[in-house]
Every structure is written in structure tokens, then in C-alpha cells.
Design a protein around this ligand. Sequence first.
Ligand code: MRU
Length: 353
Amino acid sequence: MHLTPVTWRDGQLFIIDQTLLPSECREIRLPSLESVREAICALRVRGAPAIGVCAAFGVLVALEEMRPADMAAGLQVVDAAADRLETSRPTAVNLFWALRRMRQAARAFAGQTGSLRDWRDRLEHEACALRDEDTVCCQKIGDYGATLIPDGAGVLTHCNAGALATSAYGTALAALYRAHESGRAFRVYVDETRPLLQGARLTAWELLQAGIDVTLICDNTAAQVMREGRVHLVITGADRIAANGDTANKIGTYGLAVLAHAHGIPFYVAAPLSTFDVDLPHGDRIPIEQRPGEEVTRAFGRLTAPEGVAVYNPAFDVTPARLIAGIVTERGILKPPYEEAIRNCFENHAEPT
Ligand code: MRU
């Protein structure tokens, strides 16, 4: 799946506007810092790794926009842009990870070169490197994840952890793409993923394009397909994984993990190490984004609930580590006990599988 949701071309930032999918696959340019922030807030670009990559390039957009006169002013632009972008969406830690990396690179390069032009070019190189590293991570996650998908399996996924959500290939869907490429036949059940339908609009679209056998279900059908014996494993992406393996992902993921547990079905998470927040001991500390009630009452412009009704609309939930059978990373598949597996992975760079 060679779909790239974020593209840096001739010093300009382009994204596929995912709010238009699946009716239209249109690339739009993000010409200013505020347009980058708006695109992230409005989910024109979404998915934890893609948000991080887009924000990294957003820093370059801000530099182009502000045109600082010297490196000291340039460093101020980088910090101000990163501060602003960090207020876009709170849960996906990749956003903060990518912006921290851009801030650190800006400082390090400032000590290595006297030329403003050279400094800016090095920062551009850093953003491109971050993007390319994400692509490699996704390929490796695909290779490891594919080993979990037996021939003839029924797989259930939620939201979109595909090419659209990363620099390329995806995380959970990368595993499906690799299994498909290696000739395995399997069927994927895709939750619609209310309220914004990332499963229906994005995952079903991606998988159909790749020629994978895909069946769309309403979110509330998941228990029934499990009970009917159609699902052999569940695999989703992640927005933030705490040091003990507790995992934040799209609202509804926790419910799926509970259902999978009740039916004796393994529940897997796939994510790069840039999605881990090892400073958080457990998932209760993960900030959960609250989204506007209109996303629930006015799905895609039409009133679907009484005007004025109270709405609770958290965008993410946290799945406790004890419900997760394995976490697929670029360094292999982490298995419980996660605290130890994650610590080893970060400290020793050991291959955990
Ligand atoms: O609100 P979204 O669409 O950004 O939520 C995305 C998800 O929950 C994905 O599963 C997650 O970011 C992983 S993307 C590889």
C-alpha cells in the first residue's frame, strides 16, 4: 500500500485531506502554521505517527512563513511553532515526540553551523529522516505482525491504523498487507468506528484498494461476529502506550479488548516505539482528548439526535495491559509482563521476539 498521507515536496507541505475520503482522495497544501494546526485538529491528517510527521514538517512551514533574520530568531520560531502545534491534539504522544526531536535538532544544529540557510536545511533533513524512519518502522511492524495472521483467519480491526495513519504502510494494517503479500487468505472485519467513521471511511477503503477481503460491521456487531466464531484475532493501532503496556487508542478499543477476552480471542496492538510514553507508569495518566458533541449529534452535517442533548465524546480510551496478548513493534512482538519487556526494549535495544 503506497499511500502517503503527508508529503513534503519542493519545500511545501501537502496532505491527503482525510475528511473527504472515501468520496474524494484530494491532496491539499498546508501553507501556514495555523493551517497545519487546523488540519490536525480537524482530523484532515490523523493517526498518531502521521500527526507526528506532519507536525515536524509544520515547524519548517512556520520557518518559511516567519522568515527569521538570524539563528536566534529561528530558534524562537521553532519553539513557538512547536508550542502551538502541541495544543492541537493531546493523546497521540507521537506529536510531542516529533516536536521534541525538532526542538532538540534545532539547538544541536545551531551549535554546529553559523549559516542560517545551512541550519534550516539540516532541520529539513531531520524532518525527512523522522518520516523515513517511521516508514521503516511500519515495514518491520508489518513483517512481525504478519506472523500473527494464519491462513484462513478472521481478523477484526478498529479505527484506522493503516497507511493513512502513518508515513506509509501503517501499523496494524501493515501486518495485514504483509500477510496478504505472502499469499495468505484471511477476512478482515472492520468496525465503522463511530463517531467519525475512520473504520468505514478509511480502513475499508484502504483494504479494498489492496484487494484484501474486507467486511464492514457496525461497532455494536463486534460481539456477535466473535460469538459466531468468525474472528480469530483482533489487532489495532495505538496513540500512547504507558510503561506498563496500558494502551490508549480510538474510543471503543477497550470494549473490543474486553469482548475478545470474553470470547478467548487474542487482542494485539501494533505501534512503533515513538508511540510509547515510558515516563507514564500506567494508562490512568494518559490525557484523553474530548471532542465536540456535534460529532455525535450531527454526524456529517445531519441532525441525528435531539438539539441540545448532552453528549460525552472522548476520542480515546485505555485498554489495560492485562487484556493485550502482544504489542507488535519494529523490534519484535512484546509479550507480558510488559513493564519488563518495554524496559528491556528501550534500555537494551534487544530484539524481544
Ligand atoms: O482520532 P484518530 O483518527 O487520529 O485516531 C487514530 C487511532 O486511534 C489510531 O488507531 C492510532 O492513532 C494508531 S495509527 C497507526
